[in-house]
Design a protein around this ligand. Structure first.
Ligand code: CO8
Length: 258
């Protein structure tokens, strides 16, 4: 499918999706966010895709929601259309893993989009921020909620109140990103991580994603019970028998997603 604001490539069972509005540092306008949620939903349905990498350009993952498009909207407009809400919720419901490969600016909605992915690999030049306060608004799709859970209250308050940017090394220290890599190596590293995930049984990949997400969405007691039942359920799969037999026979497992 041809898109106007994103580029989708499929390689080795990985969908590599690039945000592509270079004239606006990949600012998220309504076309981009709609195309992105459609492409991700399509990738989720496609049996030939086992993992997704989402990236931008070297200069910008995304510099936020498109300020030009938003600036004249009224309360009634944004409330009535639930600006970006349905699309970001749809992205949050994708069952396949999504790795955000972030180079350059990930600001406002760009930082929030990266956080809705399953984990973030950052290039050394990455800069994260929630500068909405400088525009007379606040974050609207996770910048006060997901960021607080990821980096804690002190840094989330600091970033949302001052609008300052966080460099990649600080973001890694704070737990916002899983690893920092040299900028030219960002895509190869993210693709290698995606290929590692693609080798696993997709049943267990889904169960991991569901269980880790429970840690953010429910109590510890409920999350532990969910994890334990998911672990038990794995024993109903052929891939559990294959994975454990392969270990004992000192060979590579051949998972069949069954
Ligand atoms: N929207 C629209 N256009 C943008 C945006 C943006 N967010 N960011 C950059 N651009 C455009 C610039 O206007 C410029 O266009 P032009 O060449 O036509 O003037 C072009 O991209 C290049 O940008 P700069 O010349 O500014 O590049 P610099 O390298 O000098 O600066 C910065 C880069 C620091 C990233 C700077 O562009 C900047 O501060 N951008 C805005 C960052 C920002 O405030 N982001 C938050 C936006 S609000 C938001 O994301 C809310 C999300 C929640 C929405 C959903 C609610 C429910």
């Amino acid at each position: 499918m041809a898109y106007e604001t994103i580029i989708v490539e499929i390689e080795d069972e990985i969908a590599l999706i690039r945000l592509n509005r270079p004239e606006a540092l990949n600012a998220l306008n309504s076309t981009l966010i709609t195309e992105l949620s459609e492409a991700l939903t399509e990738a989720d349905r496609n049996d030939k895709i086992r993992c997704i990498v989402l990236t931008g350009s070297e200069k910008a993952f995304a510099a936020g929601a498109d300020i030009k498009e938003m600036s004249q909207k009224s309360f009634v407009d944004v409330y009535d259309e639930d600006l970006f809400g349905p699309q970001i919720d749809a992205i949050g419901r994708i069952r396949k893993p999504i790795i955000a490969a972030v180079s350059g600016y990930a600001l406002g909605g760009g930082c929030e989009l990266a956080m809705v992915c399953d984990f973030i690999i950052a290039a050394e030049n990455a800069k994260f921020g929630q500068p909405e306060i400088n525009l007379g608004v606040i974050a609207g799709i996770g910048g006060t909620q997901r960021l607080t859970r990821f980096v804690g209250k002190a840094k989330a308050m600091d970033m949302n109140l001052t609008g300052r940017f966080m460099e990649a090394t600080e973001a890694e220290r704070a737990g916002l990103v899983s690893r920092v890599v040299p900028t030219p190596k960002l895509i190869p590293e993210a693709m290698a991580a995606a290929r590692k995930i693609a080798e696993k049984s997709q049943l267990t990949v889904k169960a991991v994603k569901e269980s880790v997400n429970r840690a953010y969405e429910t109590t510890l007691r409920e999350g532990l019970l969910f994890e334990r039942r998911s672990f038990h359920a794995m024993f109903a799969t052929e891939d559990q028998k294959e994975g454990m037999a392969a270990f004992l026979e000192k060979r590579e497992a051949q998972f069949r997603d069954r």
